[in-house]
Design a protein around this ligand. Sequence first.
Ligand SMILES: CC(C)(COP(=O)(O)OP(=O)(O)OC[C@H]1O[C@@H](n2cnc3c(N)ncnc32)[C@H](O)[C@@H]1OP(=O)(O)O)[C@@H](O)C(=O)NCCC(=O)NCCS
Length: 166
Amino acid sequence: MQIDGDILEARIARGCRCFVARADDEVVAFGWLATRTEWIGELELEITPGEREAYIWNCATHPDHRRQGFFRAIVNGIAAQARREGLSRLWIGTIDIPPAKAVADVGFVPALRFTTVWHAGIRWLRVRRAEPSDIDLQTAARQVMAIRGRPLRIGTSMKRAVQRHH
Ligand SMILES: CC(C)(COP(=O)(O)OP(=O)(O)OC[C@H]1O[C@@H](n2cnc3c(N)ncnc32)[C@H](O)[C@@H]1OP(=O)(O)O)[C@@H](O)C(=O)NCCC(=O)NCCS
């Protein structure tokens, strides 16, 4: 699996960690863990995990090795390591695809649901409360995705689309 060397170095430099799964000697899946501010490209929002929290992102399995449990193993492995390190909460974002069920099995519960549309250089975003989820969890999720100090607003918003290579 390949990733741009500059991007890899930048991620490591800002404190992200990469967890990998191997088949024989070959890396066939990976997932990243961040404890500081990270860009969520799928939403064009930043997430800043709270104290003793972290964010799992950019998980992928090589196409030749999919549906063999590698994604599940990566998320499980990161969660186990986070527990050992005394973290109290992990955040993760999933898109609406079948493998996302592995995330629920590990114990993640939905806090917020998002719909995004890109059109004519504009990013349109809809944020909804996940049902069922408790209000404290929703509040915490909105807080880690605060914009200029204000908790992420429930509802719709638009902004100029921007891409970041991160
Ligand atoms: C999403 C992705 C990481 C899944 O990786 P994977 O190693 O194939 O996932 P797993 O084998 O651990 O599968 C997890 C569960 O989802 C199921 N699953 C995986 N792909 C599936 C598919 N295409 N259709 C139906 N079920 C699927 C598996 O059967 C497994 O469930 P089970 O343990 O009950 O059998 C991989 O498809 C990928 O790299 N996609 C491109 C990057 C991406 O979309 N990342 C976002 C992740 S939210």
